[in-house]
Design a protein around this ligand. Structure first.
Ligand SMILES: Nc1ncnc2c1ncn2[C@@H]1O[C@H](COP(=O)(O)OP(=O)(O)O)[C@@H](O)[C@H]1O
Ligand SMILES: [Mg+2]
Length: 442
C-alpha cells in the first residue's frame, strides 16, 4: 500500500497534489485541506469471476420508509445494504425527517439512531413532539463510528441512522472529526458494514460554508444514493431531490411542509408554486419534475438599465436560457429588451431546467415590456427555438391534463405536436410573434 498526500476541497471534493488558496472546480476559498490517503485497497479474497449466464437476476425487494414522498425520491423505497446520504443546510429538517422515517421503519425490524449531535433526551423531546414512539427504535449517543457499528450489530439493526457524519470519528483516520479524511473514512466504514451485513445505512451530512468542516459532496461517490433537502429555513416548504441514485431515477421531487408536528407530506403540490394573482409580468407554465407535472409561476421585472451591459438575473431558472429568450424576443418579436435590466424568478424555491417553460418565460417578459397582464386562467407550454419557433415539449397531454385539473381554461401550445381532446381552450401558436398576438392583442 502506498501513501500519498493530497489536498481535497471540503466543499466539492476536488483533489490536487498541490495546495491552492482557491478551489479551481467550485471556486471556494480556503477549502483545500491536506488528506493522507491510502491509494490501493486490499483485494477481497475468495471472490471469483462468474459467467453472466449463471447469475440469477432478482428484483430487489423494496422496504417502504412509510413516507410516500421519501419513497418516491428513493425510487420506490429502500434496498437491503443501501447507503443513503441525506444532505442539507443545518436546521432544514434532516433529523426530523429521519426520526419520522426511523419510527415507521422500526415496524419492520430494529432501527438504531446514532446521534453525535444531540443527547438522548433532546432526541426524545423531538420524538415526543413528532409523536414518535417506535418500540424497536433505539437511540445511541456516540461519535465513534466503530462503536456505532458495534451497537448496530448488537441490536441486529436493520436500519442504522448516523446523524451527522461530521461528528463521527474513526480510528482509520488520524485527523480531527469533520475533516475530509475523517468523514470519508467513517463513511467508508459504514458502507462496508452495510454491504457486509445488508443493513441499510442513512448518513446525515450538513452542507457547510465553512472550509474547516467537510461537506457532503466529498462523500457522494462513496454512497449509493444522495438526497438533498432544500428550502427556505424561514418558510415551511421543503423539497427533497435525489442527485445520485444507484437504485432508481434521479428525476423525482419530494415535497414536504415542515410543521410543529413534523414533516407533512405534500402529495399534491400542484398549486404550491403559483400565487393565484394574475399580475403583469407573470406567466404560468406546467413543468415536469420526474413523472410529476407541476404548475409554476414565472415572474419578471424589467427596469431601464444604468449599465453598458444590462443585468440579467435568474432565480430558479437557467440564466443562459434567459439570455437566449431575451435575444429571441428582441430579434424575432421586435420587443426592446436590450436596454433593460431583467430579473426573472420562479415562485416557491423551485428550480426548473425543463425547456417546456421557455414559452412562459418569454411571455412573462413580453407582459412586462408591453405592460399588460396575460389573460386569466392561462397556462403556457412550449420550447422556444432560436428562430422564434415554438416547439413541442415532452408529454403535452400530461401537462394539459394537470392544468385543466387545477381549473385553468386556456392552454397556449405549439402549433405542432399531437394532443388528445381536453375540456379547455387550446390555442396553437407557431412562433413567438403569434404568441404575443394571441395573448396581448386580441
Ligand atoms: N417546537 C418546534 N416546533 C416547530 N418547529 C421546530 C420546533 N423545534 C424545532 N423546530 C424546527 O426544527 C428545525 C430543526 O430541524 P432538524 O431536523 O433538527 O434539522 P437538521 O437536522 O437538518 O439540522 C428548526 O430549524 C426549527 O425550525
Ligand atoms: Mg439534525
Amino acid at each position: 500500500m502506498k501513501e500519498k498526500t493530497l489536498y481535497v476541497c471540503g466543499e466539492c471534493g476536488y483533489e490536487t497534489p498541490r495546495w491552492m488558496g482557491k478551489c479551481p472546480q467550485c471556486g471556494s476559498w480556503n477549502t483545500l485541506v491536506e488528506e493522507e490517503r491510502v491509494l490501493s485497497k486490499p483485494a477481497h479474497p475468495g471472490t471469483k469471476a462468474v459467467p453472466i449466464g449463471s447469475v440469477r437476476a432478482e428484483a430487489q425487494a423494496r422496504l417502504s420508509t412509510g413516507i410516500g414522498e421519501l419513497d418516491r425520491v428513493l425510487g420506490g423505497g429502500l434496498v437491503k445494504g443501501m447507503v443513503v446520504l441525506l444532505g442539507g443546510d443545518p436546521g432544514i429538517g434532516k433529523s426530523t425527517l429521519l426520526l419520522e422515517a426511523a419510527d415507521r421503519l422500526s415496524a419492520f425490524g430494529p432501527v438504531l439512531y446514532v446521534s453525535g449531535e444531540e443527547s438522548n433526551s433532546q432526541i426524545k423531546l423531538r420524538a415526543d413532539r413528532l409523536n414518535v414512539k417506535g418500540e424497536h427504535l433505539f437511540l445511541y449517543t456516540e461519535t465513534s463510528a466503530e462503536e456505532a457499528i458495534e451497537r448496530a450489530k448488537e441490536c441486529k439493526a436493520q436500519v442504522l441512522i448516523v446523524d451527522s457524519i461530521q461528528t463521527m470519528e474513526t480510528e482509520a483516520a488520524e485527523s480531527a472529526a469533520g475533516s475530509v479524511s475523517q468523514v470519508r473514512a467513517a463513511t467508508a466504514l459504514f458502507t462496508r458494514f452495510a454491504k457486509d451485513t445488508g443493513t441499510i445505512v442513512w448518513i446525515v451530512g450538513h452542507v457547510t460554508k465553512d472550509g474547516a468542516i467537510a461537506g457532503p459532496r466529498v462523500l457522494e461517490h462513496i454512497v449509493d444514493t444522495v438526497l438533498y433537502f432544500e428550502g427556505d429555513r424561514h418558510e415551511g416548504l421543503r423539497l427533497l431531490r435525489a442527485v445520485k441514485n444507484r437504485f432508481g431515477s434521479t428525476d423525482e421531487l419530494g415535497v414536504f411542509e415542515m410543521c410543529e408536528t413534523g414533516m407533512r407530506e405534500v402529495s399534491d403540490p400542484a398549486s404550491l408554486f403559483v400565487s393565484g394573482r394574475n399580475e403583469q409580468g407573470t406567466a404560468i407554465t406546467c413543468v415536469l419534475e420526474g413523472s410529476r407535472p407541476l404548475l409554476c409561476e414565472i415572474q419578471s421585472l424589467l427596469c431601464p438599465s444604468a449599465f453598458q451591459s444590462p443585468r440579467r438575473t435568474a432565480v430558479g431558472l437557467d440564466v443562459n436560457r434567459l439570455n437566449v429568450l431575451l435575444a429571441v424576443l428582441e430579434r424575432k418579436a421586435r420587443l426592446k429588451v436590450s436596454d433593460k435590466d431583467v430579473y426573472c424568478a420562479l415562485a416557491g424555491n423551485l428550480r426548473v431546467v425543463d425547456r417546456g417553460a421557455d414559452l412562459a418565460t418569454a411571455m412573462c417578459i413580453a407582459s412586462s415590456v408591453l405592460e399588460k397582464p396575460l389573460p386569466e386562467k392561462t397556462v403556457l407550454i412550449g420550447e422556444v427555438g432560436l428562430t422564434g419557433e415554438i416547439r413541442p415539449a415532452s408529454q403535452l397531454d400530461t401537462r394539459i391534463k394537470e392544468a385543466v385539473r387545477l381549473g385553468y381554461t386556456t392552454v397556449l401550445l405549439p402549433a405542432r405536436g399531437k394532443v388528445s381532446d381536453h375540456p379547455c381552450r387550446l390555442v396553437r401558436v407557431g412562433d413567438i410573434s403569434e404568441a404575443i398576438r394571441a395573448l396581448f392583442m386580441e
